[in-house]
Design a protein around this ligand. Structure first.
Ligand code: SF4
Length: 368
């Protein structure tokens, strides 16, 4: 049988770090290759987390680096090639060049299962490789499968095949309700997400066994393995579980996630960074730029130095504009108001919950 590789990318953020711990403890028999793609521009805390994981996992985390023959750090190498054109959410050359390309050349054409740490309380798929030899699995979610797999399993054109595969499952995997939902075609009044959620609510393990059976009829990497233990796992891990996993295993939460109090015009607020990734990442919110300015002024100055010849990290203002006293006050006040509004809405004490909107914009290569 073809050898299938299992890989797990660690960004240095909390979720991918927790996933590495989770997989190594829960599935020690899966021979996972852990890797990280270094942009050369991460916060020190990110490198510290990777150090700690190196010893905890008892395995060397492979350091993949784009442009490794260059004298410049990877980001600077490509920035020079792009003539100083800074990346942005609409022109995101950095993720492709610094994360996806090194990852894809690391796996080559081998069939690969790639484990991705998107949590059960997130609603995003992320920016992940779509190469056909790379199959993504999301162990923290109720639905461990990627969108493309789910779409095929539930498509009307595959309905007869899926029903016949369902009939082959052991009796203890079956129920009238599951069969009833599975038989119902997708329509204007019953969409794929509704069908998926009903099936998962009915029985996650049955859905997983059925999907695995279906994959055996395809060319997906999982068609090449006899047994995949995650199909018997119906655990869902949310943000607090991630914090617990990191704390319980002595890795701890990277410092930049920890809330720091600030005061503006007699009002108190708390800020932190919501994600791993480059210190100058253009996905960060204005309040996170202020956090960088106040907590890591040396990095803020470095980020400022990249803004030249009309290229800026934010579309609407330069970093120099952003740190003018009036503008900083306005950003902080707006942030406090938004935090209060969201706290009422979400009833959550976590700053990170309040930033989850921003988090969802990110990519599964950088911010998990
Ligand atoms: S963290 Fe941000 S700037 Fe760095 S590679 Fe990812 S998207 Fe680009």
């Amino acid at each position: 049988m073809t050898q299938v590789r299992h890989v797990l990318g660690i960004s240095g953020g909390k979720d991918s770090s927790a996933l590495a711990i989770y997989m190594s403890q829960k599935y020690p028999t899966i021979d996972i290759e852990y890797y990280t793609c270094d942009t050369g521009k991460e916060l020190d805390e990110t490198y510290e987390v990777i150090e700690k994981l190196n010893s905890l996992l008892g395995k060397n985390i492979l350091q993949l680096q784009a442009a490794d023959k260059s004298d410049l750090p990877p980001f600077d190498h490509f920035l020079t090639l792009y003539g100083g054109y800074l990346p942005s959410s609409i022109s995101r050359w950095c993720t492709k060049k610094l994360k996806l390309d090194p990852f894809e050349s690391f796996v080559g054409n081998d069939p690969v299962i790639s484990y991705v740490g998107i949590r059960g309380d997130e609603d995003r798929e992320g920016y992940i490789s779509k190469k056909p030899n790379i199959q993504s699995i999301f162990p923290f979610r109720k639905n461990i499968w990627s969108e493309d797999v789910t779409a095929k399993v539930l498509s009307n054109s595959n309905r007869e095949l899926i029903l016949s595969l369902y009939a082959e499952l052991p009796t203890n995997n079956k129920s009238d309700r599951f069969y009833e939902v599975l038989s119902q075609p997708i329509s204007m009044s019953f969409n794929l997400i509704q069908k998926l959620n009903l099936l998962l609510d009915c029985d996650v393990k049955t859905f997983n066994h059925l999907t695995f059976k279906y994959l055996k009829t395809t060319d997906y990497p999982l068609s090449k393995v006899d047994y995949f233990p995650l199909i018997d796992n119906d655990e869902v891990l949310v943000r607090q579980d991630i914090f617990n996993l990191l704390d319980d295993n002595g890795v701890g939460i990277p410092n930049y996630y920890k809330k720091i109090e600030f005061e503006v015009n007699g009002k108190k607020g708390e800020y932190a960074r919501s994600r791993s990734g480059c210190y100058f990442c253009f996905f960060q919110q204005k309040i996170e730029w202020i956090w960088l300015y106040e907590q890591h002024p040396e990095l803020f100055i470095k980020a400022q130095a990249y803004e030249k010849e009309g290229y800026t990290w934010n579309q609407d203002e330069t970093l120099n504009d952003l740190i003018q006293p009036e503008r900083m006050t306005q950003i902080k006040e707006d942030y406090i108001k938004r935090t209060e509004r969201n706290a009422q809405k979400n009833n959550s004490p976590f700053l990170l919950d309040l930033l989850s909107e921003a988090e969802s914009e990110g990519c599964a290569a950088c911010f998990i």
